[in-house]
Design a protein around this ligand. Structure first.
Ligand code: SAH
Length: 374
């Protein structure tokens, strides 16, 4: 890549890349977390602020966009959670990072059928950082947004019991990477190469040994370990609310149930992987979610936290029965689509194993299929 004659921004760098490069020139390399935050939510050129990422014409497909069954079964779980906490009349049903609003739409319809009293009395809340996607959600949920409220953050939710859901929200929150170098774990940073293009480097911040998994000691030079204080902070806010005001929560994402080493930073555009430093703001950036770290935060607030795979959860909630019911009213093509959807959502080669579930609840409350002593 060549610098232009005046020594200004690089040719071929998009506007956000130029903005980030300018920041690095004036203040030094930035963390992976700051790079990710700028790429996803920069007010002018961020990915979620300027794109509609979802569906076959977008960049990636999420579970609620595959089938209505996903939202229906989560709604069943929330209704059970509401009953388990004593069916309070005042309650918030919130979704964090609602994308197009499809999951919320499927949940509201199902809750209306299963527990009309809950549907009538609940405050439905959409917690969304992107004004553009908030507008899409308003369209999806119909002209009358009377019972729906939009929130840029969790802080403005009412002080009352909270039933909360998030699908693919935690992977979208910034995370940090540390690289093993001469026996130390130093923070990975985004800086500039000799031509002024974005490149990875190593910063000076290091990670203490007690923050590392047990296999870190014997890891090869160059190994990477990821932590995500922003994800843990969000889980802490949610857990604190549920611990103080009652409720329960359920979260779906790709990730691992045990902490581990490895570089899981990825960029996806038009259903294909991209290089993470190319074209900032034009591709979705994520990393795998460490479910054990999030579960530990919830337990730290005195809650019970259970983890499982998406496949186990959906089958446990009656995915096959619901698919059978839906299939009865359709023709052969509709039935084939439903069984393909079941496979995509719960099949071990598809989302069933890669995607994990974290459910949190106050101790003493059982919300099937969770109820053990974890
Ligand atoms: N749940 C949806 C969308 C997942 S994509 C689905 O399954 O289809 C991530 C969503 O989280 C987007 O709506 C994005 O704008 C939103 N988001 C990203 N960072 C956020 C934050 N800090 N707070 C709230 N929402 C956020």
């Amino acid at each position: 890549m060549a610098r232009d004659i005046a020594g200004g921004p690089l040719l071929g760098m998009n506007r956000l890349a130029q903005k980030i490069a300018g920041l690095i020139r004036s203040a030094g390399p930035i963390s992976v977390a700051d790079y990710m935050a700028a790429c996803l939510l920069d007010p002018e050129n961020g990915y979620y602020t300027t794109h509609d990422p979802f569906g076959t014409n977008g960049d990636f497909v999420t579970a609620p966009e595959i089938s209505q069954m996903f939202g229906e079964l989560i709604a069943v779980w929330l209704v059970q959670g509401w009953q388990a906490i004593g069916s309070p009349a005042s309650v918030t049903i919130a979704e964090i990072g609602p994308g197009r609003g499809t999951l919320m739409k499927d949940m509201v319809r199902t809750i209306g059928r299963l527990a009309p009293q809950l549907a009538d009395s609940a405050d439905f809340a959409l917690v969304e950082a992107s004004p553009r996607l908030s507008a899409t959600q308003k369209e999806t949920l119909g002209g009358d947004n009377g019972s729906f409220g939009w929130h840029a953050k969790l802080d403005t939710l009412k002080d009352q019991p909270l039933l909360v859901v998030g699908n693919e929200i935690f992977d979208a929150l910034p995370f940090r990477q540390f690289v093993k170098r001469d026996g130390k774990w130093l923070e990975r940073a985004v800086g500039l190469d000799a031509d002024g293009a974005l490149q990875f480097g190593i910063g000076t911040a290091s990670l203490a040994a007690d923050a590392l998994p047990t296999d870190a000691k014997h890891a090869l030079e160059g190994s990477i370990f990821e932590i995500a204080p922003a994800r843990e902070a969000m889980m802490s806010t949610i857990s604190e609310r549920i611990a103080n005001q009652g409720g329960c929560g359920i979260f779906f994402d790709y990730g691992h149930l045990e902490p581990g080493l490895g570089d899981t930073f990825q960029a996806v555009r038009a259903h294909r992987p991209e290089v993470v430093l190319d074209n900032p703001g034009e591709a979705d950036l994520t990393s795998h979610v460490d479910f054990s770290a999030l579960a530990a935060v919830a337990r730290g607030h005195g809650l019970k936290a259970d983890t499982t795979s998406q496949g186990e959860f959906l089958l446990g909630m009656g995915l096959l029965e619901r698919a059978g019911q839906l299939g009865q009213s359709g023709d052969v093509a509709a039935r084939e689509k439903i069984s393909a959807d079941v496979e995509r959502l719960a099949g071990p080669d598809q989302m069933g194993t890669l995607f994990k579930v974290l459910a949190i609840r106050p101790s003493g409350i059982v919300v099937p299929p969770f109820g053990g002593a974890s």
